[in-house]
Design a protein around this ligand. Structure first.
Ligand code: FO1
Length: 309
C-alpha cells in the first residue's frame, strides 16, 4: 500500500500522476482538513474537494480548485443578501457542500460523507479526511487572529505572520483508518504541499508523527519549493513567521525525524548537501507540474525512488 499525505492544489497534481500509475486498491490518500471552514451554514472541505475533483476529472485546471466551467449565480445572489462573497463557491461546487452538510447534520462522520462523495464521483483510491473532529488552522498576525482562509483568500496573505494554531487539535483523533493505513504502508509520500498549514495539521494529530517515526514504511517527501519560492501560496511567509528557513531545506528539516528521501527541484540543487546532512537521501527532479504529462513524470520519479513498493 502507498499512503499519501495531502493538502490541496499541489498535492492533487502529484496524486493525478500517482493515480495513473498505482492500482487504486494500493493507494490511500489522507487529506488535511485544517482548511475546512463553515460558510453560509455549509461545511466546506477545500483540500478534500480539490483532491476528489482532480481525480474525478472535474477540476478547474487554471485555478487548481473548484469545478471546471462552474458558474457563480448563487454566490451573486448571496451577495445581494449582504453575505460575504470573497470565498468563491461555484454553483456546482455548492452542491457538494450542501450534500456534505446534509450528511453531517444527519450524524454521518466526515470520513463516511467523503467516502460517499468520492464514490459517487467515480474516484477509486481511498480518500480519508485526516480527522472527523473539528480542527481549524488559525493564523496569528500583526492585525489579529484569523481563519487560514481569511488570511489566504480574503486578505491575500498580506499580514505578517506571528504564529499558527491548529484549533481543536488536542481533542481531535485521527479518522478511522489513518493510523492503520500508516502502519500497514510500504511507502508514505508527503505531497508537495504547504508544510505548515497542509501537512502540519496531519502530523500534529494524536499518534500520527509517532506512527510515522516507528512504522516500517519508506517515507518520501516531494518539495513544494521551486527555485526558493513555493509553487503556490504562502508557505514561505508562514515558515518565516515561525522562524523556519523558507526553503526546500526548511521543509526537509521539518520532516527530518522520520523522512528517508526528499525529491528536490533541479533549480534548488544547491541545497542538496545541507539536506543530505540531515540524514535524508536527495533525489533531484523537475518538480514543476504544468501539464498532466508532468504530473505522471514526477509520480514516476517518486515511485522509482521507493525501493519497497
Ligand atoms: N482559493 C482562492 O484563492 N480563492 C477562492 O475564492 C477559493 C475558493 C474555494 C472554494 C472551494 C474550494 O474547495 C477551494 C477554494 N479555494 C479558493 C482554494 C482553497 O482556499 C485553498 O487552495 C486551500 O484551502 C489551500 O490548500
Amino acid at each position: 500500500m502507498l499512503v499519501a499525505l495531502a493538502g490541496g492544489v499541489g498535492a492533487s497534481r502529484l496524486l493525478y500522476g500517482l493515480a495513473k500509475l498505482v492500482p487504486p486498491e494500493k493507494l490511500t490518500i489522507i487529506v488535511n482538513t485544517g482548511d475546512d471552514i463553515e460558510m453560509h451554514g455549509l461545511h466546506i472541505s477545500p483540500d478534500v474537494d480539490t483532491v476528489i475533483y482532480m481525480l474525478a476529472g472535474l477540476i478547474e485546471e487554471r485555478r487548481g480548485w473548484g469545478i471546471r466551467g462552474d458558474t457563480f449565480h448563487c454566490l451573486e445572489m448571496l451577495g445581494r443578501y449582504g453575505c460575504e462573497t470573497w470565498f468563491r463557491l461555484g454553483d456546482k461546487d455548492l452542491a457538494t457542500h450542501i450534500y456534505r452538510t446534509m450528511l453531517l447534520k444527519q450524524g454521518t462522520p466526515l470520513s463516511v460523507a467523503t467516502e460517499k462523495i468520492r464514490k459517487m464521483l467515480g474516484v477509486e483510491p481511498k480518500i480519508i479526511p485526516m480527522t472527523n473532529d473539528r480542527v481549524e488552522t488559525w493564523i496569528i498576525t500583526d492585525v489579529g487572529e484569523m481563519h487560514f482562509q481569511e488570511y489566504y483568500v480574503k486578505r491575500r496573505f498580506r499580514d505578517r505572520v506571528l504564529g499558527v494554531v491548529y484549533r481543536g487539535i488536542r481533542d481531535a483523533s485521527p479518522a478511522p483508518g489513518v493510523l492503520e493505513a500508516l502502519r500497514g504502508a510500504e511507502a508514505v509520500v508527503l505531497c508537495p504541499s504547504n508544510p505548515i498549514v497542509s501537512i502540519g495539521p496531519i502530523l500534529a494529530l494524536k499518534g500520527v508523527r509517532r506512527t510515522l517515526v516507528e512504522c516500517e514504511a519508506e517515507k518520501i517527501a516531494v518539495s513544494p519549493f521551486v527555485g526558493s519560492k513555493p509553487v503556490k501560496g504562502p508557505a514561505d511567509r508562514l515558515m518565516e513567521g515561525l522562524g523556519v528557513e523558507p526553503s526546500a531545506y526548511g521543509v526537509a528539516k521539518l520532516y527530518a525525524d522520520f523522512l528517508d528521501k526528499f525529491v528536490l527541484d533541479v533549480r534548488d540543487e544547491a541545497l542538496r548537501d545541507r539536506i543530505e546532512a540531515l540524514g535524508i537521501e536527495v533525489i533531484i527532479a523537475d518538480t514543476l507540474m504544468k501539464t498532466p504529462a508532468d504530473r505522471i513524470r514526477l509520480a514516476r520519479v517518486v515511485l522509482k525512488s521507493i525501493t519497497r513498493f
